[in-house]
Write a protein that binds this ligand. Structure first.
Ligand SMILES: [Zn+2]
Ligand SMILES: [Zn+2]
Length: 309
């Protein structure tokens, strides 16, 4: 992603940022006081702006980016080519760095990029436009294409014993997946600094949005056991559709966001080990590589390490 000055913006980018900044005024944020405005631009030049809507049960909170996409979709517009995001807080004076979308929003923007056939441009801006960062969704959510170059792939013989056991635990966990809708079994296993392993699988729901991925389940299992010092996570998957079994599992945007939060807590750039069920195609990346320019607790000026166990 690159930082550009506001004078270098073209007129579309300029109007889009203005729409996102204006939308921050409509944010419903009684809990965080953190106003986010987002605006999407369609190929035909339409702009749809919206803001974040929080909820007392924090989980149902919806970000400004997803609200803007929903607004465009509800107007029959899915050919999105760009999205601008801006934010401000009631709790601190100024945000110096333009914030990127959270992992969940990246996941939703990525889906829309497949629909529009366009690598959607993502423009983050501070409220005063002193810092503007431009990137694309492919840059912000790398490795979502399910195709890897030989540079990324490694053979299972190169794994150390911790990595090997972690992948085995993830593969074993796929057997416990509750996936009556997709038939897509995912297993994940986290490793803590002290060597403990916690494995879990995905649990789907008839209301698709209530589905919880294996990675988040594994993190929750570790957390419920008092373990937050996560250093690595392995992920594997298999499908009831046999053709997909060679696919190397990679975490969705929401899971990358959850792993990133834990990385802030553990103070470790968590290693993410992605594998197919036969361990033929293994890719290892750090969470910072998988979620660059992440939105995290520091954007809210909160020190999560203080709250560690
Ligand atoms: Zn978001
Ligand atoms: Zn996920």
């Amino acid at each position: 992603m690159k930082t550009i000055s506001s004078e270098k913006l073209n007129s579309d980018q300029h109007s889009l940022i203005e729409a996102a900044i204006a939308a921050t005024d409509t944010a419903y944020v009684p809990y965080s006081g953190y106003h986010v405005g987002a605006a999407v631009l369609t190929r035909s030049g339409s702009v749809f702006a919206a803001s974040n809507v929080e909820n007392v049960a924090y989980g149902p909170t919806i970000c400004g980016e997803r609200m803007a996409i929903g607004k465009a979709n509800a107007s029959g517009a899915r050919d999105i080519v760009a999205i601008a995001i801006s934010s401000r807080s009631d709790k601190f004076e100024k945000t110096e760095i333009a914030c990127g979308p959270c992992g969940s929003c990246r996941q939703v923007i990525y889906e829309m990029a497949q629909v529009s056939g366009c690598d959607i441009e993502v423009i983050g801006s501070t409220i005063d436009k002193s810092h503007i960062a431009v990137s694309t969704i492919e840059q912000l959510l790398p490795l979502r294409k399910k195709t890897y170059t030989s540079v990324d792939l490694m053979s299972s013989e190169k794994l150390n014993s911790d990595q090997h056991s972690l992948i085995e635990a993830a593969i074993a966990a796929t057997d416990t997946a509750y996936v009556p809708y997709s038939g897509y079994h995912v297993g994940a296993a986290v490793l803590t600094r002290s060597g403990s392993v916690f494995a879990a699988s995905n649990v789907e729901n008839a209301a698709y949005g209530s589905t919880i991925c294996a990675e988040q389940m594994a993190i929750g299992k570790a957390n419920a056991s008092g373990a937050r010092d996560i250093v690595a996570i392995a992920i594997s998957s298999r499908s009831d559709n046999h053709e997909k079994n060679e696919i190397t599992a990679d975490p969705c945007g929401t899971c990358r966001q959850a792993i990133y939060e834990m990385a802030q807590v553990s103070g470790c750039n968590i290693e993410v080990i992605m594998s197919d069920k036969n361990k033929h195609n293994i890719v290892i990346k750090s969470i910072e590589q998988l979620l660059p320019y992440a939105f995290g607790p520091s954007q809210l000026h909160i020190d999560v390490v203080k709250g560690n166990l």
